[in-house]
Design a protein around this ligand. Structure first.
Ligand SMILES: Cc1ncc(COP(=O)(O)O)c(C=O)c1O
Length: 359
C-alpha cells in the first residue's frame, strides 16, 4: 500500500514537484549543472529568483506597496527580526498569544524592546481562539498574530477581520492555504517547510514604508538591507528557493490559492467528520469554532489505546500522526500538498480502529 504522511513540518512536497526536481537534478535546463551549483549572481539562478518573487505576488495578490523577501533562519529568526526592526523608541510591540509559537515570538520581542501580550487564549489551554477585541493605540509599534497554531490545531477563520495600522502575522503554517487581503498587513512571515517548499528559506512580505535604514542593526538583520539587495545581500538558499518556485508553480497549475482553500476545507471536513461522528471515541482538541484546516488535533477517550492507534496506523502505511509532545494525542497535518485521498484513507482507518476497539 502506498505510504501516506501527515507530518507537521517539514512535510511532503507535491509529487509533481519531486518528479520535476528529479528530472532536473544533474542538468538544469541544459546547463550541465544542478541549479544549486549555479552562482546566485548568474542569469540562470536570477531567473528562478525573480520568478519565485513574481509567483508569490501573483498568487497572493501582493500589492506594489509591499516587497517580497527570501531570508534564512526560519520563522524563529523572524521572532527576533520583527521587533529589532519594528520597535522604535517610545513604542510597544503588542502580541496576541494563541499557542506555543506566538509565546515564543513574544518572548523574543521581550528581550529586544518594550512588548506586551494584550490578548491570550492560554486560559483555554489554547483550545479556543480568544476574542479579538483589541483597540489599537498610537503607542503600538505593531500588533502580532499567529494565523494558524500548528501545535494546538487552531486557526483564525478570517484573515481580513483584523485591523491595526501595523499588523504583523506569522503565517508559517497556513500561507497559501486560502486567499486574504495582503494590504491589511504591515508584515507577514512564513518558514517554507509546510506550504511553500523545503526548510531553509523564509518568505517575508513587508510594507515598503517599514524599510528604514538603521545604522545600529547588523546588516544581516535589517529588512531594509535585504530589500535593497533584492534578497541577495548574502548567498541565498538557492535550492530551497528553486523548490519553492516549483511549489508555487504547482499551486498555480492546480488553480491557485482559492482552489487550495476549497481542497483544504474538504480535507479538513473529512477528518473532523470522522471525529465528530465517533460518539466520543475520538475528541477534537480545538473547539469547533477555532478548528484549523491545516492541523487537525484529536485525542482518544481511552488514552491507553494511543500507542496501539499509532502502531496500527503505521501498519496501514499511515505515518506522522503523533501529536506534539506538549499536547499529546494525535495531529494530522493536511497542508496543501496532502491530497484528499490521504484524508479519506485516514478517516477510513479511524473508523475501522473504532469498530475494533470501541464499545
Ligand atoms: C506557526 C509557526 N511559527 C514558527 C515556527 C518555527 O519555524 P522555524 O522552525 O522555521 O523557525 C513554526 C514551526 O513549526 C510554526 O509552525
Amino acid at each position: 500500500m502506498e505510504r501516506i504522511y501527515f507530518q507537521a513540518g517539514p512535510t511532503t512536497l507535491p509529487k509533481e514537484v519531486m518528479i520535476r526536481a528529479k528530472s532536473e537534478w544533474e542538468d538544469f535546463q541544459g546547463t550541465g549543472l544542478n541549479i544549486m551549483e549555479h552562482s546566485h549572481r548568474g542569469e540562470t539562478y536570477e531567473n528562478i529568483h525573480e520568478q519565485a518573487k513574481e509567483k508569490m505576488r501573483d498568487l497572493l495578490n501582493i500589492p506594489e506597496t509591499h516587497d517580497v523577501l527570501f531570508l534564512q533562519g526560519g520563522a524563529s529568526l523572524q521572532f527576533a527580526m520583527v521587533p529589532m526592526n519594528l520597535i522604535i523608541s517610545g513604542k510597544t510591540a503588542k502580541y496576541v498569544l494563541t499557542g506555543s509559537w506566538s509565546e515564543k515570538a513574544f518572548k523574543e520581542a521581550s528581550k529586544i524592546g518594550s512588548s506586551e501580550a494584550v490578548i491570550s487564549g492560554k486560559e483555554t489551554k489554547y483550545r479556543t481562539l480568544p476574542k479579538m477585541n483589541y483597540e489599537s493605540s498610537d503607542q503600538d509599534a505593531y500588533l502580532h498574530i499567529t494565523s494558524n497554531n500548528t501545535i494546538y490545531g487552531t486557526q483564525w477563520p478570517d484573515l481580513n477581520e483584523f485591523s491595526h495600522p501595523n499588523l504583523v502575522a506569522d503565517m508559517s503554517s497556513d500561507i497559501m492555504s486560502k486567499p486574504f487581503n495582503v494590504s491589511k498587513y504591515a508584515l507577514i512571515y512564513a518558514g517554507a517547510q509546510k506550504n511553500l517548499g523545503p526548510a531553509g528559506v523564509t518568505a517575508v512580505i513587508i510594507r515598503k514604508d517599514l524599510l528604514i535604514e538603521n545604522e545600529d542593526l547588523p546588516s544581516i538583520l535589517s529588512y531594509q538591507v535585504h530589500a535593497k539587495n533584492n534578497s541577495l545581500y548574502n548567498t541565498p538558499p538557492v535550492y530551497s528557493i528553486y523548490l519553492l518556485n516549483l511549489v508555487l508553480q504547482w499551486i498555480e497549475e492546480q488553480g491557485g490559492v482559492k482552489e487550495m482553500q476549497l481542497r483544504n476545507e474538504k480535507k479538513a471536513q473529512t477528518i473532523y467528520h470522522a471525529i465528530d461522528n465517533s460518539g466520543g471515541f475520538y475528541n477534537g482538541y480545538a473547539t469547533p469554532d477555532s478548528r484549523s484546516h491545516m492541523n487537525v488535533t484529536f485525542t482518544l477517550s481511552d488514552q491507553e489505546l494511543e500507542n496501539q492507534f499509532i502502531k496500527e496506523a503505521e501498519e496501514s502505511s499511515i505515518f506522522g500522526l503523533k501529536g506534539h509532545r506538549s499536547v499529546g494525542g494525535f495531529r494530522a497535518s493536511i497542508y496543501n500538498a496532502v491530497p484528499q485521498e490521504s484524508c479519506d484513507r485516514l478517516a477510513q482507518f479511524m473508523q475501522q480502529f473504532q469498530e475494533k476497539y470501541g464499545n
